[in-house]
Design a protein. Structure first.
Length: 255
């Protein structure tokens, strides 16, 4: 009697991630912008994730990059103090804890402008997805807390492109201080606002400074209309919301 034939196991190909073809949307600058730039040729998307240190911002950007690249999109990342022009000098200057508010502001503005001209604009022209780990809103919120003039700041950042989407990870100062201690075992001088004389105690100064920055962000949100995301949830829950909203941005929908 012949042996029973074994049933053939059908192999299924792994599911290919859905590729969303980005729908071009008009680009514009907040002010006069950079001379000679044709906004119509900027075919990529600019996605900004804002939030204080410890808000989970970098984790969320890393997950968005993985998802976007897995879906066939080329990505470029930018952020604070990443300019090859001044980032090293800015770090050295901050180590001394003696920068004036104006010098600090101009350092960051130079860092930002260099990345706009040499990274963001070429990448957007090539159709890349540009993910910004913080943007002008963080810089403006910090400067406003330090007493800088709002009209002066708007003029300073007139070269900034209006992003396709901005997501602000909002988390309480109490949570931020715990996360920063857990990660770094210490608090940063500038992120604690120690230059403002809010308190001699760094822990207390951190809470006061971050509360002031949060208030400024809420005011900026009313002006610029970005999304405030509840950052007190699990990373998985936050990523699911960001992925859904970014997918809508890619197809030109309202997220």
């Amino acid at each position: 009697m012949p042996a029973p034939r074994k049933a053939k196991r059908l192999l299924t190909a792994p599911r290919t991630p859905e590729v969303r073809i980005p729908r071009p949307t008009p680009k514009r600058f907040y002010g006069e912008g950079i001379p000679g730039v044709d906004e119509e040729k900027l075919r990529g998307k600019l996605i900004v994730v804002e939030g204080a240190d410890g808000s989970g911002r970098s984790t969320q950007i890393a997950q968005l990059v993985q998802w976007l690249e897995g879906s066939g999109h080329a990505t470029v990342q930018v952020g604070l103090k990443r300019s090859t022009l001044v980032s090293e000098e800015l770090n050295k200057a901050q180590d001394g804890n003696i920068l004036s508010r104006t010098t600090l502001s101009l350092f960051y503005a130079t860092d930002f402008a260099d990345q706009v001209e040499n990274i963001m604009l070429p990448a957007l022209k090539a159709g890349f997805m540009v993910l910004a780990d913080r943007y002008i809103y963080t810089l403006m919120a910090r400067d406003l807390v330090r007493g800088m003039d709002e009209a002066w700041l708007k003029n300073l950042y007139a070269i900034a492109l209006v992003p396709d989407a901005v997501f602000y990870l909002n988390i309480s100062p109490e949570q931020l201080v715990q996360r920063n201690f857990a990660k770094n075992k210490a608090l940063d001088y500038w992120e604690s606002g120690m230059d403002l004389g809010l308190s001699r105690d760094m822990f207390d100064s951190f809470l006061k400074y971050q509360s002031l920055v949060e208030q400024r962000f809420k005011r900026l949100q009313a002006i610029y209309g970005f999304d405030i995301i509840d950052g007190n949830r699990t990373p998985e829950e936050i990523h699911a919301e960001l992925q859904r909203k970014v997918a809508a941005v890619l197809t030109g929908q309202t997220h």
